[in-house]
Design a protein around this ligand. Structure first.
Ligand SMILES: Nc1nc2c(ncn2[C@@H]2O[C@H](COP(=O)(O)OP(=O)(O)OP(=O)(O)O)[C@@H](O)[C@H]2O)c(=O)[nH]1
Ligand SMILES: [Mg+2]
Length: 187
């Protein structure tokens, strides 16, 4: 069976580690020399696991280009909102993204993972796990703390987004069928 294709976008401030996270997931390692992303690039990863088969097309974005992104982020069924656990501004930014993305009246709703990145560095943490966990729970987000240096939770995070997208699609198909049945009820 052909794996269904899902598109996912990675958003977050500059230097939080978006490109490294993506490279770690797709290539199994982070780039030796990290360069700020210019424009938008994508990588593809096929997931073949007992839990899910899917082909993810994952778009990496430039943290510096938020205003341009705002106009173009529609139509993605999944998003990773990445912050650096040592940087409060980056956490505030993903909260703003959450409000924007969840306000959209699109069916099925976008599946969002809140990602506290660079979790291998234990010193100077400014965003507590519990704080982000609470925010994620309140807003119906997947939540993981990750590291592309130690590969902490990287696979799990992308896989949960893929599973979330698949489940959201199944639910919306059922809802559409139910709605059809109800609207034909008196015919
Ligand atoms: N300790 C640690 N450093 C990381 C991790 N991920 C990325 N970095 C470092 O953080 C810096 C920025 O990483 P990038 O992946 O380029 O960040 P970005 O979010 O893509 O940045 P822009 O493309 O400018 O938006 C680099 O020096 C990386 O090596 C991580 O998990 N742990
Ligand atoms: Mg980048």
């Amino acid at each position: 069976m052909v794996a269904p294709g899902y598109e996912v976008i990675i958003l977050g401030n500059s230097s939080v580690g978006k490109s490294s996270l993506l490279s770690c997931y797709v290539n199994g390692k982070i780039p030796e020399e990290s360069q700020p992303t210019v424009g938008v690039e994508f990588l593809v990863k096929t997931i073949a696991e007992p839990e899910i088969n899917a082909k993810l097309k994952i778009w990496d974005t430039a943290g510096q280009k938020r205003d341009i992104l705002r106009k173009n982020y529609t139509n993605f069924p999944g998003a990773l909102l990445v912050y650096d656990i040592h940087n409060r501004d980056s956490y505030d930014a993903v909260q703003e993204w959450t409000l924007e993305l969840t306000a959209r009246k699109v069916i099925p709703r976008i599946v969002i993972a809140l990602v506290g990145h660079q979790a291998d560095v234990l010193e100077d943490r400014v965003v507590a796990t519990e704080e982000a966990e609470r925010f994620a729970k309140r807003n119906g987000l997947i939540f993981w703390e990750t590291s592309s240096v130690t590969n902490l939770n990287v696979n799990r995070c992308f896989m949960d987004v893929a599973i979330g997208i698949r489940n959201a699609r199944i639910c919306s198909c059922f809802e559409a069928l139910l709605h059809k049945k109800q609207s034909n009820w008196y015919l």
